[in-house]
Design a protein around this ligand. Structure first.
Ligand code: COA
Length: 258
């Protein structure tokens, strides 16, 4: 049997590590996006404590599999496949960290954008080079990149196809941290493990409030926050957290994830 295109390792510390596994450049073929959608659905149905998504050392992912490109009919299927997969990643109800070592181009960059947080190795390179093929980002890049770095930078990157190295990515808010490449996995795993030990249901509500709020008006977003703040008090963790604070001070609670 051939190796899965996307590997999932559910660790004892509650972190699920998802590794793209499609050869040297991790091209995101239709089969890979389908596998990503399936993995994301599993991680949503049975959530771990936190998720790390990673790719190859030199190439996180080189984007859509260009050999599958054809005319508009194929394009429709490719963009639908990407959106289904990356929306599923964005909907995982836990903190999802992209650990990007090397090139994250096109759909690879878009996959990292669908994550909650991006840690870049010093040799990481991000870009939306679709314009050089005469097309545009089709995996959410025009929307998620613009929301993250602002419309001008998103337009400049998408319209020129210019790739940005880790340092610039960090400066414009595309990468949230930069670490030496050899420390990338340890740093991503440590942050994910810290989250996995936390109040994961409250983390889910925080993520949902921010994501849902960003796609609506401030007024509607503030309403969403009120609802989810209230909802968070139905969890056992909120009882544990408040009690622990009153008895022992801040940061000592041992949450159960319920
Ligand atoms: N889809 C399909 N095949 C791809 C690919 C992609 N997105 N990206 C690279 N490949 C293939 C190359 O055609 C080459 O195939 P070959 O060995 O049969 O000649 C092989 O992968 C290695 O690529 P190469 O460019 O020689 O490797 P590199 O290490 O010099 O550069 C990249 C790696 C990722 C920087 C470079 O391949 C690249 O820029 N890829 C395209 C990225 C892109 O435009 N993505 C958006 C797609 S819409």
């Amino acid at each position: 049997m051939s190796e899965p295109l996307v590997l999932v390792d559910r660790r004892d510390d509650g972190v699920a590590v998802v590794t793209l596994n499609n050869g040297k450049v991790n091209a995101l073929s239709g089969a890979v996006t389908a596998a990503i959608a399936e993995v994301a659905a599993d991680l949503t149905a049975d959530p771990p404590g936190a998720v790390v998504i990673t790719g190859g050392e030199k190439i996180f992912a080189a984007g859509a599999d260009i050999s599958e490109f054809g005319g508009a009919e194929e394009a429709k299927g490719i963009t639908a496949g990407f959106h289904a997969a990356l929306d599923a990643v964005a909907a995982i109800p836990r903190f999802v960290i992209a650990a990007v070592s090397g090139y994250a181009l096109g759909g690879g960059c878009e996959l990292s954008l669908a994550c909650d947080y991006r840690i870049a190795g010093e040799r990481a390179v991000f870009g939306q080079p679709e314009i050089l093929l005469g097309t545009i980002p089709g995996g959410g890049g025009t929307q998620r990149l613009a929301r993250l770095v602002g419309p001008s930078k998103a337009k400049e990157m998408s319209i020129t196809g210019r790739q940005v190295k880790a340092e610039e990515a960090f400066r414009i808010g595309l990468a949230d941290e930069i670490v030496p490449n050899e420390e990338l996995h340890d740093r991503a795993l440590a942050l994910a493990a810290e989250c996995a030990r936390g109040a994961v249901l409250a983390q889910m509500y925080a993520k949902q409030a921010i994501d849902r709020g960003l796609s609506t008006s401030l007024e509607a977003g503030l309403q969403i926050e009120q609802e989810l703040f209230t909802e968070s008090f139905t969890t056992e963790d909120s009882q544990i957290g408040v009690k622990s604070f009153l008895e022992h001070g801040p940061g000592k609670a041992e949450f159960t994830g319920t």
